[in-house]
Design a protein around this ligand. Sequence first.
Ligand SMILES: *Cc1c(COP(=O)(O)O)cnc(C)c1O
Length: 521
Amino acid sequence: MANPTGWKPDMEKGAASAARDEVGLGHATRGLAFEEGLLFERGSRGRTGVSLPKRGSEADPARELPAELLRPEVDGLPEVGELEVVRHFTRLSTWNWGIDTGFYPLGSCTMKYNPKSSEALARLPGFAGAHPLAHPSMAQGALELMYRLERALSEISGFDATSLSPAAGAQGELCGMMVIRAWHTARGNPRKKVLIPDTAHGTNPASSALNGYEVVPVKSGEDGRLHPDAVRAVMDEDVAAIMITNPNTLGIFETHIAEIAEIVHAKGGLVYGDGANMNALLGVARPGDMGFDVMQFNLHKTFATPHGGGGPGSGPVAVKAALVPFLPLPVVAREGERYRLVTDPAERPQTIGKLREFWGNFGMFVRAWALIRELGPDGLRSTAHLAVLNANYVRALLADAYDLPYGTDSLHEVVFTDKNLKPTGVTTMDVAKRLIDHGFHPPTVYFPLVVHGALMIEPTETESKETLERFCAAMRAIAEEAATSPEAVKAAPTKPVRARLDETRAARKPVLRWTPGMKVE
Ligand SMILES: *Cc1c(COP(=O)(O)O)cnc(C)c1O
């Protein structure tokens, strides 16, 4: 499918800026990057960045500490001036890549921007400073926000109720599977197996296994979709549920959900939906209307906060009416104009209990609620339209340069492979590394596992046409370079502060702790 509209993209601009630079890499990676040692290697004995009260003086804070806890000497700490510290961390921060630095096309991860308006609202002192143990009478605003977000998420996804507790997508899955298990157990038969298609996210089998289920893999069809016959063949009365990611990790919409749900329901099983890719469906289709019984959101992918760097995330779980009694506590109840946290299992005897401390990652709720209110129903729908449009634009611009393993229509992300580059010896990993020299974060590589040498690109709805064209110009330049000078691609990256790392060694023998006298290579 090469550019089906016949419309000519404006890629000359990208190519022209590349031509201005001898190495053909545009200005994207020009700039001053400081080499930076460890803080421990700087400074000198006795140097300090702050003035502390004299030891033993009136103002010495140590006077208030019990003598037996005081050490006369603390050895081995960096002794540096203020400027050294500030420059050290500021320089290190320039080595980082972030969504505010540039395009971040990681497929399956939805690294979209975080609107600064949502950030500002999450920092309002009343929200940011709210104590999780504040008496509900003093936290009515926070509880109302949770209540309204819960209602909005249920409406957007087509379910009856949503738990805001889970702290990530994976914990949402765990929670959803615990709810499914509790439902089966309450009916007197917990069952043993969960069906998982080969296009599922890796967390799906993990969540099933953590719930004590045996995982039964189901093969997807040649079109990358899950087919009813494949499910029928393995579905029996020992299967508790099927877990389906929709759109799946190939970025393909699962068109047979209704029929698959019928097959599973007929044998007494439930249908779990991994909703991490909801940005492709917002305002267009509701999983709750398709036959799903449970679904987790990834607020950090679909609603305002890019994920990565360790969080925080949020993975609310939406369920149909029959499963509501099993949801974890707390839930927010509305009584007239007041809001209350239901925390006592006596009120919800079938609850799976408490999933984590306190009430969920509240800061995420504020961001998500702000985004939903800002966009409204029409804005949410255009989010999905733009996410799909952008992925398909990238697909059209690259389809003649990179191998497209599935001809099926793409939704919000598109998967290519390195098959066309085989004769040159250049691999997916080399392409990813060379993109860094062009000033782009690489896409997801070697995932999903069903695709050999996968390059999985998710542009998200927030990137401009020009950004996508520059990215595709870089991808095309790399494909051409692979044919003419593959060794240059294989040597990449050459422009960032660190060249290609020995990833095996970094993973197997990480050096995470500095010790005096150690040599850092
Ligand atoms: C990201 C993702 C997950 C896991 O979510 P985390 O918040 O990273 O735990 C699960 N399923 C799919 C399809 C995903 O893309």
